[in-house]
Design a protein around this ligand. Sequence first.
Ligand SMILES: Cc1cc2nc3c(=O)[nH]c(=O)nc-3n(C[C@H](O)[C@H](O)[C@H](O)COP(=O)(O)OP(=O)(O)OC[C@H]3O[C@@H](n4cnc5c(N)ncnc54)[C@H](O)[C@@H]3O)c2cc1C
Length: 415
Amino acid sequence: MPKTVHIIGAGISGLSAAVRLANAGYSVHVHEATQQAGGRCRSYFDAATNLTIDNGNHLLLSGNRHALAYAKSIGTEAGLVGPKSAQFPFVDLKTGQRWLLDLGDSRLPLWVFDQGRRVPDTGILDYLGLAPLVWAAAGKTVGDTIRCEGTLYRRLVQPLLLAALNVDPPVGSAGLAGAIVRETLLAGGQACRPLIARDGLSAILIEPAVKLLQEKGASVSLGHELREFATSGDRVTGLKFGSDEIALGADDAIVTAVPPRAAANLLPGLKTPTKFRAIVNAHFRFDPPRDAPSILGVVGGLVEWLFAFPQRLSVTISAGDRLVDTPREELAEAIWRDVCKAAGVAGELPPWQIVRERRATFEATPEQNALRPQAATSFKNLFLAGDWTDTGLPATIEGSVRSGDRAADLVLAMR
Ligand SMILES: Cc1cc2nc3c(=O)[nH]c(=O)nc-3n(C[C@H](O)[C@H](O)[C@H](O)COP(=O)(O)OP(=O)(O)OC[C@H]3O[C@@H](n4cnc5c(N)ncnc54)[C@H](O)[C@@H]3O)c2cc1C
C-alpha cells in the first residue's frame, strides 16, 4: 500500500481523487499551480456586479451519481438544489411560445408517451428517431446518426446536446451524445432533476473538500506548480516544482489531474485532445422576478440557458467561440435584450460581467474523443485524471469525478 499520494491539480478531478484517498487512510498532498482551488469550477468576488459569481453556471442532474456521491462525501449534497421534479420550462424567443417539459420522477422515460408532458408539436415517432444515438459507434458524429432538424431537435435535442457536448451537435461525437441520452432522457425523470450550487461552486463543491482534506491531515499547497517529473525506468521518483523538489518513496503514487496541455508538457508523448471550445457566461445584477424558474431553456436567441440566483440573472452560451472577440459591452447589451424577453423583465442594462472561458472543454468530436487517454500510464505509480481523460462522458463535473474516482481506485489497487 503506498504511504503517500501526491495529487497534481486541485480541480474537481484532483479533489475527488484526493478525498477518496484521504478517506481510505492515505497521506495525501495536493499541489495546485494557482492561488485558488477549483480550476474551471470556482467562484470569485466580482467588483463590477459587487457579487460573488461563478466562472460559469454549472448544471448537474440528479442522475450524476458520481458527482452527487462526491458532494455527499464532503457533506454538501444538500447544497445542490433544484425543482422537486424534472421540469424544464422553455421559451422560444422567435415565436414567444413557452412550454414546460415535464419528465416526471419515474425511472423510465414514460413522459414520452404523454402529449401534455413532452415537447409541444412532437409525436412518439420523433423520439423513436433518437434510438440510433443510444448504440452509436464511437467514430460517428451525431449528424451521421440522427436527423438534426425538426421540432424535437430544435426544442430539445439541440439544446441538450449543445450544453452537454459544447459543440454544434451535428459535428459532435455520437458516442458521447449516446452516453448523455442513456444517462438522462432514457433514464427517466428521476435522473434528470436539474441541480445547481445556489450558494456558489466554491462554497458547495470546492472549499468543503479542501477543508475535509485538511481536517484529515492532508496538505493542499496553492501556488505550487509542478514543472517536471523525475523518473527512473517505469517509476516516477520525484516531483520538481519551481522552488523545491520532492523525492518519492518506493510506495508513493501520483495522480495527475491537470488540463490536457499541462499534462502533455509534463509527460511528453502523451496523447491528449488538442482542440477546445469556449463557453460564454453573462452575469447581471438584477433581482429575478419572484416566479422566475431557477433554470429556463431558451431557444431562438443568443442566450441558451437563463439561471435565476439571488440578486442575479445569469446566462450560459455554449460553443461560444464565435463570441470571444465581440466587444464586451456590445455582447452584454445583446444578451441583456434576450434576458429581458426570456425573463419578462425590462430596464436599462444593469451592472454586468461577461466571463469567456476560452478553453472551457475539449472539443467533443469523434476525432478529439479518440485522443483521450486511459487513467493508467507507462509509469507504474502515476495515474491520470481529468474531464478530458477517457471517461466515456463529455467534459463535465460528472466525468471529472468519475476520472478522479478511477485514478484513486487504481492507486488503491497498487500492490
Ligand atoms: C464556463 C464553464 C461552464 C461549465 N458548465 C458545466 C456544467 O454546466 N455542468 C458540468 O457538469 N460541467 C460544466 N463545465 C465543465 C466542468 O467545469 C469541468 O469538467 C471540470 O471543472 C473540470 O475539472 P478538472 O479537475 O478535470 O480540470 P480543471 O478544473 O481544469 O483543474 C485542473 C487544475 O490543475 C491545475 N494545474 C494545471 N497545471 C498544473 C501544474 N503543472 N501543477 C499543479 N497544478 C496544475 C489548474 O490550475 C487547475 O486548478 C463547465 C466548464 C466551464 C469552464
